[in-house]
Design a protein around this ligand. Structure first.
Ligand SMILES: [Zn+2]
Ligand SMILES: [Zn+2]
Length: 159
């Protein structure tokens, strides 16, 4: 399967290496991409583990898991990648509604590992209501990882 992060690499040669702890992310962008991929494959534990220590106290794996499970994560677009920041848009479907979440995220090194600290959400929009017989919205995004492009929503990214 293609990596959910939109790299066009296979998942097992991209974000899976970080999610399974075989490698550590070298940059904030790598960590951010792997966190999106973890949401996409619904691995709430990895999302939790890659928060900074002070943030983990305020989070629970089950809440992250609920949010990951509720959404179908279609595509990630990186707008800007800095030394400690990444600005991205994540596109997802929840309750048959296509949404965009755009955020400028802050990262820090803790014990030599990149960790997500916090972010400023600049866009959180409902883009469209998707009917089950419509072309799947993953077709709108070149970085979508769905292997079933050209399919109706109900045969593609719908739950
Ligand atoms: Zn990836
Ligand atoms: Zn789709």
């Amino acid at each position: 399967m293609l990596c959910p992060c939109g790299s066009t690499l296979l998942f097992n040669t991209c974000c899976q290496l970080f999610i399974t702890q075989k490698q550590q992310a070298n940059t904030p962008e790598q960590l951010m991409r792997s966190r999106f991929s973890a949401y996409a494959i619904k691995d709430g534990q990895y999302v939790f583990d890659t928060y900074g220590a002070a943030q983990r106290i305020k989070q629970s794996v089950s809440e992250i898991q609920l949010w990951a499970d509720e959404c179908q994560w279609l595509a990630l677009v990186i707008h800007e990648s800095g030394a400690n920041t990444v600005e991205f848009s994540a596109y997802y479907v929840v309750d048959n509604t296509l949404c965009e979440l755009r955020e400028k995220s802050n990262f820090a090194l803790e014990e030599n590992k990149w960790r997500y600290i916090d972010g400023e959400i600049t866009v959180h929009n409902e883009i469209a209501n998707i009917k089950r017989n419509e072309l799947c919205p993953c077709n709108r995004y070149p970085t979508a990882w769905s292997a079933k492009k050209g399919k109706k929503f109900k045969h593609c990214c719908a739950k």
